[in-house]
Write a protein that binds this ligand. Structure first.
Ligand SMILES: Nc1nc2c(ncn2[C@@H]2O[C@H](COP(=O)(O)OP(=O)(O)OP(=O)(O)O)[C@@H](O)[C@H]2O)c(=O)[nH]1
Ligand SMILES: [Mg+2]
Length: 223
């Protein structure tokens, strides 16, 4: 019986994800879901991205946090539209769900938006289980988290299209084995594309921006 209930719940999530996929497609936006442990650098990378892109690509952000609008405020400084989802008032969920993201996105004027970033709640476990119907799922892992994370949290790495290894400017201060991390990533998801970058120094950010340009170009341009 429990299994049946769980199946029904997840089937409802998948149905919602399909509605969102159609919504993003109708709105002609490329939706990119950013996931990671708390503090891996999702907002910092978005800040760097918005600074580097300027107005080149129309962007907007749906922010997910248990409480606060701190990250949305950091990103609104770049003159983009932001919509905040706080899960705290309704149970403090540690992930976002497709219907919530769609409702938040519906609050935005997407007529000039080509790229819609979703910053998920900082968590390496739960967000991976919820299909948001986006165009791409991205996981960040910072070099301070340890090489073993893809082995310990494989579902996240399996459910993503891109893995960003962040904070590489800190490598000289750490005993971090990049080869071991990459081996663990490949074991979790052999085909997963990996990019290494620092939002602080900008090293490697060019490859990320090119990937975003490709995502945006896969949709009809609005500007
Ligand atoms: N040295 C260094 N620090 C970074 C880099 N990226 C982020 N940080 C720092 O890491 C901390 C957390 O960064 P955030 O961007 O807030 O992380 P987040 O993933 O958005 O965190 P949550 O939204 O709380 O899950 C901040 O103090 C950042 O300044 C980087 O590339 N290099
Ligand atoms: Mg953040």
């Amino acid at each position: 019986m429990e299994i049946k209930v769980l199946k029904k719940l997840m089937a409802a999530q998948e149905a919602d994800a399909e509605i969102s996929r159609k919504f993003f497609s109708d709105m002609n936006v490329a939706a990119v879901n950013m996931m990671s442990s708390p503090g891996s650098g999702k907002t910092a990378l978005l800040e760097k991205t918005l600074e580097a892109l300027g107005g080149e690509i129309g962007a907007a952000v749906v922010e997910g946090d248990i409480l606060t609008t701190l990250d949305a405020e950091r990103l609104a400084r770049f003159g983009i539209q932001t919509a905040q989802i706080n899960t705290g008032p309704f149970g403090g969920d540690c992930h976002l769900e497709a219907a919530w993201v769609r409702s938040a996105a519906e609050q935005l004027n997407l007529s000039r938006v080509d790229l819609l970033f979703v910053e998920n709640v900082g968590n390496l476990v739960c967000p991976a289980e919820f299909n948001l119907g986006v165009d791409a799922n991205v996981v960040l892992i910072s070099v301070t988290e340890g090489e073993d994370k893809p082995a310990k949290y494989p579902i996240m790495f399996r459910s993503c299209d891109l893995c960003v290894v962040s904070k590489i400017d800190l490598l000289p201060a750490l005993d971090f084995d990049m080869e071991l991390l990459e081996k663990n990533i490949r074991a979790a998801n052999p085909g997963l594309r990996v990019m290494k970058l620092s939002a602080k120094t900008g090293e490697g950010v060019g490859e990320w921006l090119d990937w975003l340009r490709g995502m945006s170009a896969s949709k009809k341009q609005k500007i």
